[in-house]
Design a protein around this ligand. Structure first.
Ligand code: ADP
Length: 162
């Protein structure tokens, strides 16, 4: 049985993330989406627990997907949980350099770990959590960009209504 992890900030989850999750879930026996700490994005709009909650609701219909939070090194999380595959989404060449560096670092820390890259759907190439936050902050419609199950939560938080 091959268990893969899909790590990221997910602050908040977007339809671009969800597309990668659905495609990866078809290829692996089980997939854990991992809300990971990113030292270069220390504080976010949502807490790690809230991000995990939004991810759980967005993926509730995919039986082999679970959600977890990692507070330490991803390489250690993978080793501790017997996981050998990391999934990453690639939107553009600009993602590649950073993701490649991370993949090599993780392999150095845990030689058993392989990183698989899935290319973004053309429709979601431009989409990031920051784009969603920016559109939402100025009152734009985010319906096409985030899972419908969590849209209202995102609007409330970004527009400071909760
Ligand atoms: P961001 O804040 O830029 O959305 P995350 O850290 O949450 O980034 O992203 C987690 C993973 O998902 C990374 O591998 C990232 O490249 C990938 N990803 C993010 N947005 C998309 C998208 N629109 N399409 C495909 N992959 C994506």
């Amino acid at each position: 049985m091959v268990h893969a992890i899909y790590p990221g900030s997910f602050d908040p989850v977007t339809n671009g993330h969800l597309d990668i999750i659905r495609r990866a879930a078809k290829m692996f026996d089980c997939l854990t989406v991992v809300v990971a700490q990113n030292a270069s994005k220390p504080s976010g709009c949502f807490t790690p627990t809230e991000r995990a909650e939004l991810l759980k609701r967005s993926t509730a219909d995919i039986p082999n997907v679970s959600v977890d939070i990692c507070t330490g090194l991803l390489a250690d999380y993978a080793r501790d949980n017997g996981i050998a595959v990391i999934i990453k989404g690639l939107r553009a060449v600009s993602d590649f350099e950073h993701e490649f560096q991370q993949a090599l670092t993780n392999k150095k820390l845990n030689p058993e770990l392989e990183t698989f890259f899935i290319s973004a759907e053309a429709d979601y190439m431009f989409l990031s959590s920051s784009v969603v936050k920016q559109i939402c902050l100025f009152g734009g419609d985010i319906s096409e960009f985030v899972p419908s199950a969590v849209k209202e939560d995102i609007i409330r938080r970004i527009q400071n209504k909760d």
